[in-house]
Each structure stands twice: as structure tokens, then as C-alpha cells.
Design a protein around this ligand. Structure first.
Ligand SMILES: Cc1cc2nc3c(=O)[nH]c(=O)nc-3n(C[C@H](O)[C@H](O)[C@H](O)COP(=O)(O)OP(=O)(O)OC[C@H]3O[C@@H](n4cnc5c(N)ncnc54)[C@H](O)[C@@H]3O)c2cc1C
Length: 425
């Protein structure tokens, strides 16, 4: 009796979609499993590289590659927008009118920026006096603006959580401090970080370290500021409770939501178009044959490429378990691992999961990269990561010494590792 070929359709050919497709291809022969990846364009952006573009440390063309070239040749890439998913009939409807049937669906469509949701943000002054570095166009425009900037108030603002890579706006502040010092005009620049959180970061120990670093570098911290309006022409942020912060150059991380097609798909998404997902098995709550990876999921982990990478193992194992009629594994622990660039060729590293907040120590074991401590080694790790991204992570290979589960070996044994707050951040 011949094998019945099954079909996995993966929505999104970014970090999560690509690594799941390639991991599945390694696990199954083409005769056993058809793999389709759908994306609206063929430009895969290495998003962590966007941080460096405004400071002239990277160019957009260095961080973009064709999506199709990141996929194993036995994977079918379809360049098309997604209209909706009909989970009752196991169908994906594409914007060009075609329909794809699936046995298993993977939602890997990430998070989208919604700057138009904040009053005034995309009005006068947008991309002239107020920018975002979260898109290639924004990062490039900001580079030009920074080059011309000779002094004044630079305000970095996170409108609200959740955002991709919650440490990136802090890294922007640290790099801006470095950049203006290099240009010899730091004394003419007032740098302010405006956040909706009650501290520099969500997790208490890291928040205290990062808050101290902001203060040491002379960067003002404004907390619990929920931006209601941005006046780009006048250079003013106004919070919902009426507070104002003035700027000459605004750097805003806009609101994020899930992909709009999620909202058009019956039963798939929540109010923000993220997909309700089991935080340990990564199976969607909408249907047993839909799995979710990366920023598209509503799990209480950071929206980060490292989290997406660590989720890959569980997602692929559970697709195989589902197709084989076996019980799912519930082993995703919320592991996140972020290098925080701090300027002057140094970086900090934090490592945490659902239950353990970022702690000092070393990663991945007793000897390794220092945690919560600035070092040149961490900076080199951050720079090398781009190579690992294209050559190891996306092809679906394991990174040596970086397992999916959070390592505890290099962290202090006497510390209380539990952090119930972490689950809610
Ligand atoms: C400035 C910045 C810095 C960052 N720095 C770091 C870092 O240092 N470390 C880290 O771990 N993470 C970092 N991240 C976050 C990281 O890039 C993301 O978390 C990661 O890429 C998420 O992967 P994903 O597969 O969920 O989404 P993505 O990689 O964004 O892929 C989603 C894909 O879905 C496609 N798509 C969406 N809607 C549709 C539709 N309707 N039809 C067709 N296709 C669609 C998109 O085109 C896209 O290709 C950073 C992000 C930014 C913006």
C-alpha cells in the first residue's frame, strides 16, 4: 500500500515560517509530506539588523535576502497575500483568488506595525521629524535625519506593548548616546526614553540593571507614559493622562498587531489579531491541526527571533505527533535570549523563560558569555548572530550550545529562579 502524502501549509516566510519549513523537510521525505510556504513578498529582512541602519553601521541591502533562497528546494514557495483561513474546511484563501487545502496549518505571519492607530503619528512630520527604525524605510530615513542632526531633544518612545524585541528601543538609546559622543555633540543632545512600563524593562532584575545604565549614560527615563497623540510637526508626545514630552527628533516604536487576515479568519484570532495559542504545545486554540510560531502567537513570551527559534523544535515535533496520531509534547518553556547592544563595542546578554527572570551569571554554562554584564564578547556574539541566522537558524540546524530549553547551569544556584510576574509580561 502506498503512502498517503500529507500537506503542511505555512503562512509567512519570515524567521518562524522558514525554519519550520526547513526542519520539516529534514524530517520528512518529499514523498511523505508536501510543504508550502506563503508570503506576500520575496524579501526576507534580518530584522535585528534594522537597529544598526540609523547609525550607519548596516545598510538595508546587507540585511535583506530573497525568501525563496532560504528554503530547501523541495519546498514550494508561493508569493501571494493571504485573504483568510477557513478552519472548518481546512482551506487558505489567497488574495489572488486561489485556495490551498492543508492537513496541518502553521501560522507564522508575525506582527505588523500599526502607526496609523496612534492619533497624529502618521500625520505632518512623519518621516521628517518623527521616525521609526522598525521598518527598512523608517530606519533608512532616520539615518539621513541623524546625520543632519546637530543638537536638541531626541525622544525614543514605545507607544504600548507588546512590541517585537522589547529591548531594541533601549539599545537604540544606548547607541544614540555612543553615536552623539563619537560625533562630539553629546553635550548638545538631550536623550529621553519614554515607556508605558513602570521601569526601563518588564523583568525586575533586568529593569534595575538597565535603568542604572540609562542613568549612567545621562539618558532621562520617563515611565508609565501611555502615548495618546503624537504631533510630529510641533514635536510633542501627549499621554492619555495629559502629560507632554517635547522633541526635536522623535523615534517611535508604533503599536503592533497580528496580521489583518487573522481577523478575517473565523475563530482564529483575538482582538489584536494575534492567535490564541497553548503556551507549552504551541497548538492553536482554534483547531487541533493549526500550530503557531513566533510573533503571531499570543503566548506570554517575548516577541523575538530567539523565542521563535526555540519554539521551532516543539512546533515541528508536534506537527509530527499530530500527523502520526500521537500525543503532543508540552515542552516549550518560553525561553528568550537577547543581546542588548550598549555602544562602545559592548553588549549585555539576558536569558530567561516563562518562570525565570533574567539573572546574572554565564550562558550557556558556568563558563560562557557573561549575563547582565556589558562585555566585548557579547558584542561579538550580537554581530556573529547574523551569520548564524542565515546559515544555521533558518536552515533549521541546531546552534551548538544553544538548546531550546533555558539552561540553568551558569546561573547562581542560590537565587530564587521563579518569577510569577514574568508569565504576565
Ligand atoms: C528593529 C528590530 C530589532 C529586533 N532585534 C531582535 C534581536 O536582537 N533579537 C531577537 O531575537 N529578535 C529581534 N527582533 C524580533 C524578530 O525579528 C522577530 O521576533 C522575528 O522575526 C519573528 O519571526 P516571525 O516568523 O514570527 O515573523 P516575521 O519574521 O516577521 O515573518 C512574518 C512573515 O509573514 C508575512 N506575512 C504577514 N502577513 C501576511 C499576509 N497577509 N500574507 C502573506 N504574508 C504575510 C510577512 O511578509 C513576513 O515575512 C527584532 C525586530 C525588530 C523590528
Amino acid at each position: 500500500m502506498g503512502l498517503v502524502k500529507q500537506r503542511v501549509v505555512i503562512l509567512g516566510g519570515g524567521t518562524g515560517g522558514t525554519l519550520v519549513a526547513n526542519r520539516l523537510r529534514r524530517k520528512y521525505e518529499p514523498a511523505e509530506l508536501e510543504i508550502f510556504v506563503v508570503d506576500q513578498d520575496n524579501r526576507h529582512v534580518y530584522q535585528p539588523g534594522l537597529l544598526f541602519v540609523p547609525f550607519g553601521l548596516a545598510h538595508p541591502e546587507d540585511i535583506v535576502r530573497p525568501r525563496v533562497r532560504q528554503l530547501h528546494h523541495d519546498i514550494t514557495f508561493i508569493e501571494a497575500g493571504i485573504d483568510r483561513v477557513e478552519n472548518e474546511s481546512n482551506e487558505v484563501h489567497l488574495l489572488d483568488g486561489s485556495v490551498l487545502q492543508y492537513d496541518v496549518l502553521v501560522v507564522a505571519t508575525g506582527a505588523v506595525l500599526t502607526p496609523e492607530e496612534t492619533e497624529g503619528l502618521t500625520g505632518p512630520g512623519w518621516m521628517e521629524k518623527v521616525f521609526t527604525f522598525y521598518s527598512p524605510e523608517g530606519a533608512t530615513a532616520l539615518e539621513t535625519a541623524l546625520t543632519k542632526f546637530e543638537g536638541g531633544r531626541v525622544v525614543v518612545n514605545v507607544v504600548d506593548m507588546p512590541i517585537k524585541c522589547p529591548v531594541a528601543p533601549l539599545e537604540f538609546c544606548f547607541l544614540a548616546d555612543w553615536y552623539f559622543r563619537e560625533r562630539g555633540i553629546r553635550d548638545r543632545v538631550q536623550l529621553t526614553y519614554v515607556t508605558p512600563l513602570d521601569a526601563a524593562f518588564t523583568k525586575p532584575i533586568a529593569a534595575s540593571h538597565l535603568g542604572t545604565m540609562l542613568a549612567d549614560k545621562g539618558i532621562e527615563l520617563v515611565t508609565e507614559f501611555n502615548t495618546g497623540e503624537v504631533d510630529g510637526a510641533e514635536g510633542r508626545l501627549t499621554s492619555f493622562d495629559g502629560r507632554e514630552v517635547e522633541f526635536d527628533l522623535g523615534v517611535v516604536v508604533p503599536l503592533h498587531g497580528g496580521a489583518p487576515f487573522v481577523g478575517r479568519s473565523p475563530g482564529l484570532g483575538d482582538a489584536l489579531n494575534f492567535v490564541p495559542t497553548d503556551e507549552r504545545t504551541l497548538q492553536s486554540k482554534c483547531a487541533p491541526n493549526i500550530f503557531v510560531i513566533g510573533d503571531a502567537a499570543n503566548v506570554p513570551a517575548s516577541k523575538a527571533g530567539s523565542v521563535t527559534h526555540f519554539e521551532g523544535e516543539t512546533v515541528v515535533d508536534n506537527i509530527a505527533n499530530f500527523l502520526g496520531g500521537r500525543p503532543l509534547v508540552d515542552n516549550f518553556d518560553g525561553h528568550a535570549n537577547c543581546f542588548i547592544e550598549t555602544g562602545f563595542h559592548k553588549a549585555l546578554l539576558i536569558d530567561f523563560n516563562y518562570d525565570t527572570e533574567p539573572l546574572p551569571g554565564h550562558f550557556p554554562g558556568r563558563v560562557g558569555l557573561p549575563l547582565l554584564k556589558e562585555s566585548r564578547l557579547n558584542h561579538l556574539g550580537k554581530l556573529m548572530f547574523q551569520w548564524f541566522y542565515w546559515h544555521t537558524l533558518l536552515p533549521g540546524r541546531d546552534i551548538p550550545g544553544m538548546g531550546a530549553a533555558m539552561p540553568t547551569a551558569g546561573k547562581p544556584p542560590e537565587a530564587d529562579h521563579s518569577d510569577q510576574h514574568a508569565r504576565k509580561d
